[in-house]
Structure formats: C-alpha cells, structure tokens
Design a protein around this ligand. Structure first.
Ligand SMILES: Nc1ncnc2c1ncn2[C@@H]1O[C@H](COP(=O)(O)OP(=O)(O)OP(=O)(O)O)[C@@H](O)[C@H]1O
Length: 225
C-alpha cells in the first residue's frame, strides 16, 4: 500500500499587485521526508510556507494536509489541523518573550501526551538545540539565535506530522545550525514531513529534495527514504 502524502498541493499560485510570485506549484511530501524550498530573497518562500500552513490564502490552487483542504475546512477543523498536525518555525514572532522557555515549549500539548511525557520531550528538545537547563529563562532575554533555537525545540517537543520551517538556521553559527539539522533529522526519522525554506547549502543538502521557486510550475515529490 502506498503511503498518502502528509502534505500535497495542486496548482498553487500567489500574486502581489500585478506580479505573480509563483504559480503552478505542485508539492507532495510523504512521511519521513524533507524538502528545501529555494529562491532568491523576495521570491515568496515565506509566503509559500504560510500558504502551506493555512495562515495565508493562495490566489489559486489547493493545499491538503492529511488529506484535508486547509483553506476550505471549517474554522474548528482548521484550528485542529494547525494544533495537531502542523508545526511552525517562523522567522518572526518565534517565541512569546514574556514567557519562560519551558512555557514556550509547552504551549501545545499534543493530544494523548501526558504532562510528564511532554516535560521529558521538552528536556530532550532543549538538549538537542544546546539549551539544556534554560527552562526558567524568560525567552525575551535570550539572544536572537537562542530564540530561534527555542522555536526549533518547540516543534521537536510537539512532534507534528508536518513541519514548516522558515530559514531555521539563518541567524545561527555553524555549531548551532548543526544542532538544528540534527533536531530536524530526529523529527524526519520519526515520520514527520519537513518543509524548510532556506538559503543554507548544508540544509539543502540535508533535505535531499528541492523545490526551486525560480522554476515556473515548480514541482517536487518525496518518497519515504
Ligand atoms: N499579502 C501581500 N501583499 C502584498 N505583498 C506581499 C504579500 N505577501 C507577500 N508579499 C510580497 O511578496 C514578496 C515575497 O515575500 P516573502 O517574504 O514570501 O519572500 P522570501 O522569498 O521569503 O524572502 P526572504 O528570503 O527575503 O525572506 C515580498 O516582496 C513581499 O512584500
């Protein structure tokens, strides 16, 4: 039996004023896979990620997450998908600065996960990103790169089926970037599909599959490795 893609799009397009950012984007991401979305600055990588996560509405086409059309389901179902199936590492608003690191990581307790199990996952995730023992630090006091790693640790603790990560290594030194790749790799091995917008050649190489928005009608399909 062929596994169903966790994330799939058909003919996705987005326009800004008179310009088409991208069009005809076809995408299939299967469990245990990773895709690097590439493109020059301003080509619309972040916009594509937001459309994939149902945070922005594309001009054309459809996005299905676990078979559900994220832009056409009712509000309650969309919330459920965002809460239970999707994990975001976005460039802005990565963390809530007034909350502690642990509060930021514990904000989404996946269904069926006990508080104790979540605490264990949080400890593990903070170790992976090199922030062991920083649970009680107020997130706003951390450096930009550390906050970025908190955002990555949050998806590691949440373990969503689909991870949408926008330049997760952009503001990091090589050692921290390696930790982030290691964390994303752990998620991939547990069967998540990872979509990562990036300029980082190491992360592109790690992903193994690429969607280049410079190609009109960009298309990519992954298979479980
Ligand atoms: N809703 C919108 N209305 C008007 N312009 C928009 C809208 N959404 C995105 N844009 C424009 O689309 C372009 C693409 O932005 P986006 O942030 O997606 O690019 P990017 O490839 O992620 O860039 P970078 O690599 O610099 O982060 C930008 O010029 C942005 O201002």
């Amino acid at each position: 039996m062929t596994a169903q893609p966790l994330l799939a799009t058909e003919g996705l397009g987005f326009d800004v004023s008179t310009r088409t950012l991208w069009n005809g984007v076809r995408f299939e991401a299967y469990p245990g896979s990773a895709v690097a979305v590439r493109g020059v600055s301003g080509q619309g990588k972040s916009t594509l990620l937001r459309c994939l996560g149902g945070l922005q509405v594309p001009a054309r086409g459809r996005v299905r997450v676990l078979g559900e059309d994220v832009h056409r389901v009712g509000a309650a179902e969309r919330r459920r998908l965002r809460r239970e199936a999707l994990g975001f590492v976005m460039q802005d608003h990565a963390v809530v600065p007034e909350w502690t690191v642990a509060q930021n990581l514990g904000v989404l307790r996946p269904a069926g996960t006990t508080r104790a199990a979540l605490r264990e996952r949080i400890d593990e995730a903070l170790s992976v990103v090199g922030l062991r023992g920083r649970h009680r630090t107020r997130a706003g006091l951390l450096s930009g790169g550390e906050q970025q790693r908190v955002a990555v640790a949050r998806v590691l603790a949440q373990r969503p089926r689909v991870v949408l990560a926008d330049e997760p290594t952009a503001s990091l030194d090589e050692e921290s970037a390696e930790r982030v790749r290691h964390g994303l790799d752990a998620l991939r091995r547990t069967g998540s599909a990872i979509v990562v917008a990036t300029h980082d050649p190491m992360l592109v190489e790690w992903a193994g599959a690429e969607l280049d928005l410079a190609d009109f009608a960009a298309s990519v399909s992954t298979r479980k490795p």
